[in-house]
Design a protein around this ligand. Structure first.
Ligand code: IMP
Length: 407
């Protein structure tokens, strides 16, 4: 009963979707376990580009059952927009299942996200304003509504109305504009009816799959250092992207996890506020933004860029019990004369760098480890040695085929 977990090892946007796409071929289900439509996943297949926020990346394979697990917060308008777009392009979402225990995002969550951010002024987190934090707060306060609630349409309408009235008081208290409860009830009556056929007891369903010895792939969104507990609090998201969150967010116990893949770029990026020891605020940072096309898929925001930080990566190995790494976007460093990697921090907490010669070769068409320039191989070998777990996949470009199996 092999279960693979894919976890971001940095601050998100590591290229998880491409690795999941690659691994999906040998799995039967791809299960999202936390986060919501704050995530943005892009997979490039031939000339087609698929941008997904909620639906698991594996949906592009006809054999995969895509599952939105209980740990996810679901924005229904986004979900149906994605389904319509995918189906319009010939990709069936008929097998999609949404956990009855997954919480729903409502318009008041989005209003409150913006109001809380505005209230923080200079201290703002830089959230995606998708209502993720407020939806998880309601889950923790035990007042949230869940996907399974749509199955009783009369009770659901009543609960939506009561929830809207309740949240309007807070919105008004923060100086915001209250929502029209009846309009929200009408909108969600329609959305709820459309959701009903997708709702399932996914915990039971996944255990039945495990009993059949099916191979499951658990897909994390965001990343280790955006984790509510282990990230750079308060500049974090409101869920647990770390591997423990994969168990909680799917109902699959830790004993089942056999392979835990950490995804890291060959450099580092972060979107939103918070500490970033190896950040480059000079023209080298701009160069990484340009070549790596480092703009958020969800918000379009420019990502902050810097050198790879192995101190953080070693911590990610411990927190997640990573068994291997996938190193993505190595090709972005192709034109650099020298490449730096932070191997430790000095007594003042400043990064100490190993400086490696650049390879100054276009590696985007390279599929074979022996065809990689020696300097690029030395870079990967240094990461492997310093972090202490094997690198298995090296990403060499945006296309589905652009990767090297390292070991
Ligand atoms: P929230 O998840 O919208 O509450 O945002 C909290 C923090 O997580 C902000 O710094 C966001 O920029 C960051 N964040 C959320 N989702 C992603 C993601 O998918 N990639 C990168 N950063 C993200």
């Amino acid at each position: 009963m092999p279960v693979t977990v894919v976890v971001g090892a940095q601050w998100g946007d590591e290229g998880k979707a491409k690795v999941i796409d690659l691994l999906a071929a040998e799995h039967s289900h791809v299960v999202r376990y936390q986060g919501g439509h704050n995530a943005g996943h892009t997979v490039v297949v031939g000339t087609e580009r698929y941008a997904l926020q909620l639906i698991p990346s594996g949906v592009l394979y006809p054999h995969i059952v895509p599952v939105i697990g209980n740990g996810v917060v679901v924005d229904l308008p986004t979900l149906f927009r994605e389904i319509d777009t995918l189906e319009g392009r010939g990709i069936s979402c008929a097998k999609l299942k949404v956990s009855s225990q997954a919480h729903l995002i409502f318009p008041w969550h989005q209003s409150l996200d913006a109001l809380y951010e505005a209230k923080r002024g200079d201290e703002k987190i830089g959230t995606t304003l998708k209502g993720i934090g407020p939806a998880y707060s309601d889950k923790a306060r035990r007042i949230g509504l869940r996907a399974g609630d749509v199955l009783d349409s009369a009770a659901f309408a009543e609960a939506v109305r009561a929830n809207c009235v309740y949240h309007n008081r807070e919105i008004e208290g923060l100086g915001g504009e209250s929502l029209d409860a009846e309009a929200v009830v009408a909108q969600f009556a329609e959305l709820g009816a459309r959701l009903a056929p997708y709702v399932a007891d996914t915990v039971e369903m996944l255990h039945e799959a495990l009993d059949r010895d099916d191979a499951l792939l658990l897909e994390g969104a965001q990343a280790t250092f955006l984790d509510l507990d282990h990230g750079t609090y308060p500049f974090v998201t409101s869920s647990n992207p770390t591997a423990g969150g994969a168990c909680v967010g799917t109902g699959i116990g830790p004993r089942y996890l056999t392979r835990i893949v950490g995804i890291t770029k060959a450099y580092a990026t972060r979107v939103g506020s918070g500490p970033f020891a190896t950040e480059l605020t000079d023209e080298l940072g701009d160069k990484l933004v340009d070549i790596g096309r480092e703009f958020g898929t969800v918000t379009g925001r420019r990502r902050r860029c810097g050198w790879l930080d192995l101190v953080m990566l070693r911590k990610a190995v411990r927190i997640n019990s990573l068994t291997e790494l996938a190193l993505t976007k190595l090709d972005v460093l192709d034109t650099f004369d020298e490449v730096k990697v932070c191997t430790e921090y000095d007594a003042d907490g400043n990064p100490v760098y190993a400086v490696l010669p650049g390879w100054r070769t276009d590696i985007s068409a390279v599929n074979d480890i022996d065809a990689l320039p020696a300097a690029a191989r030395d870079f990967v070998a240094l990461v492997e040695r310093e972090v202490g777990i094997p690198v298995k996949i090296v990403g060499t470009g945006a296309e589905r085929e652009s990767y090297v199996i390292w070991s």
